[in-house]
Write a protein that binds this ligand. Structure first.
Ligand code: HEM
Length: 497
């Protein structure tokens, strides 16, 4: 009994004392031993574990755009206001990531590699290389568009086959874009694609989603001792196993690509990286095989699921708002005349489609919280100081649901992005699905083009409506963890072209 009590007190002190190193913290809820601010999160949102970003957003409405709270044995700052996020994201001192040991064990050979999680010289060098290489490959150029268009053609055929499989022409659309979007990334990585029937493709998605769609991954990554406590210990082991298989697949693939490297041209990112590796020191310090494997993994975990979940939400909104779907289709038909393929060259004629994509990105917030940061020295944001070493969360969901700015943040209203006088689509600074500043998403252009081209071409070829079987499951509530997407929903798919 005394031993148990003693142990409890030691754990409480271990988790509580570090929280009070920081005396004048930004406003925030009470912090309790062991539990930190979890009671306040639970009070703000009964489903706080499922939707932590929503619980934080609700709390911030009382505490303001810079809020502090205790999570695990650390004090965290949550940024939810546009000015605060902009100021913080533009500083050199705030590009670093916290030391997420459990995450590196799961994700990247026990240390931060790739581009999403490292910082310092490795991140600088590799981010620059990735940016340059993606640009050379044709981000926003014809080669990339050709790849996307070809994948769209394959997936249109695939949807036709699926909807003809049953008399009601119903398809579970929440996962439909997983395979095509993984292929868009696969082409970027090596210039090739998988056949949709290839079992490896479905397996890769399963391994990856064990990580990206796990609700508990945020707490496991951020609170170092959770991996020892059930049920988190089992979850940790499961994700570790799946990501191990995923990395092994990529490692083997990288070795095969190395063996067949041609001297004439780069098939994809892997070839460009291998060529830089062969050039040695003049190319940079960090061109190891493991760095390549995790960079490729970053493309998949950062790019594939985010695009496919955005598209799955786009179709769900089309089902829920048939009048928006009809107006969008008419805009496409008017722009194309007798042509039957939407290209990027048609964009100027498709302001409403662009507005729909923006509104879908705002309401879905498929990556609701950017990966955490840690300032390398004390920084002033607004009137508050964030002390060196404090973990910082940038809550993008909060920007997208800000009541004051949007007025009706929970309504689906693409016209909010259309200028009523000119009819042109206008970006809004409060829409930041790709993050802001020095660590902004590297795949923004690929993602924007992919989502727009898929959606427009699918709306031209198919009409989507609710399930004839009276399936009520088409809710807008999300599932997931780091990345979120719609729950399972059936759509009736009518082939119209
Ligand atoms: C709809 C699709 C996408 C969304 C919503 C999205 C969103 C984001 C966000 C919010 C971040 C974090 C920014 C920050 O740390 O402040 C990020 C980082 C990143 N994204 Fe994306 N992304 C998408 C697609 C892609 C694609 C297609 C790729 C690759 C081709 C990609 C590659 C990356 C990489 C490498 C980073 C890390 C950048 C760094 O830390 O320096 N993303 N993305």
């Amino acid at each position: 009994m005394w031993l148990f009590l003693g142990l409890f007190i030691v754990i409480c002190l271990y988790t509580y004392v570090p929280l009070f190193k920081w005396k004048k913290r930004p406003p925030g809820p009470w912090v309790f031993p062991f539990m930190g601010s979890i009671p306040a999160l639970g009070k703000a949102d009964a489903n706080a574990l499922e939707f932590p970003y929503r619980a934080m957003h609700r709390l911030s409405q009382g505490y303001g755009p810079i809020m502090s709270m205790g999570l695990g044995q650390d004090m965290w700052v949550i940024l939810t206001g546009l000015e605060e996020i902009k100021q913080f994201s533009m500083m050199d001192e705030t590009v670093a990531r916290p030391n997420l040991k459990s995450l590196y064990e799961i994700y990247s050979f026990d240390r931060p590699l790739g581009v999403i999680f490292p910082d310092g010289p490795l991140w600088k060098e590799q981010r620059k290389f990735m940016m340059r290489t993606l640009r050379e490959f044709g981000l926003g150029k014809q080669t990339m568009e050709d790849h996307i268009q070809d994948e769209i053609k394959c997936s249109i055929q695939f949807l036709r086959e699926q909807c003809n499989e049953n008399a009601n022409h119903e398809v579970a659309m929440q996962d439909f874009f997983n395979l095509p979007c993984l292929n868009v990334i696969w082409r970027l990585v090596c210039g090739r694609r998988f056949d949709y029937g290839d079992k490896r493709l479905a397996e890769l998605i399963e391994h990856m989603e064990t990580f990206t769609m796990e609700q508990a991954i945020g707490p496991i990554a951020g609170i170092s001792y959770l991996k020892y406590i059930p049920p988190f210990s089992q979850i940790y082991k499961r994700i570790h196993k799946h990501m191990g298989i995923f990395k092994e697949f990529l490692s083997n693939f990288v070795q095969e690509e190395k063996a067949s490297l041609s001297t004439d041209f780069d098939r994809g990112y892997i070839d460009s990286f291998l060529r830089a590796q062969a050039r040695g020191r003049e190319a940079g310090e960090y061109f190891s095989d493991q760095q390549l494997v995790i960079s490729v993994q970053d493309f998949f975990t950062g790019g594939s699921g985010t695009m496919s979940k955005t598209l799955a939400y786009a179709i769900l909104f089309m089902v829920k708002y048939p009048e928006v779907q009809e107006r969008a289709r008419k805009e496409i038909q008017d722009a194309l005349g007798s042509r039957d393929e939407v290209t990027l060259g048609d964009r100027a004629e498709l302001p409403f489609i662009e507005a729909i994509v923006m509104e879908v990105q705002r309401l879905s917030s498929v990556l609701p919280i950017a990966p955490p940061r840690v300032p390398l020295k004390d920084v002033m944001i607004g009137d508050h100081m964030i002390t060196q070493g404090t973990q910082v969360q940038i809550n993008l969901y909060s920007l997208h649901r800000n009541q004051e700015h949007w007025g009706d943040p929970d309504s689906f209203r693409p016209d909010r992005f259309i200028n009523p006088k000119t009819g042109a689509v206008e970006p809004d600074e409060w829409l930041q699905p790709f993050g802001y500043g020095k660590r902004k998403c590297l795949g923004e252009t690929v993602a924007k083009h992919t989502v727009l081209l898929f959606l427009a071409n699918f709306l031209l070829k198919f009409k989507f409506s609710g399930s004839k079987l009276g399936d009520e499951s088409a809710t807008l509530d999300p599932v997931g963890g780091l990345t979120i997407g719609p729950k399972k929903y059936m759509a009736t798919v009518q082939d119209i072209l």
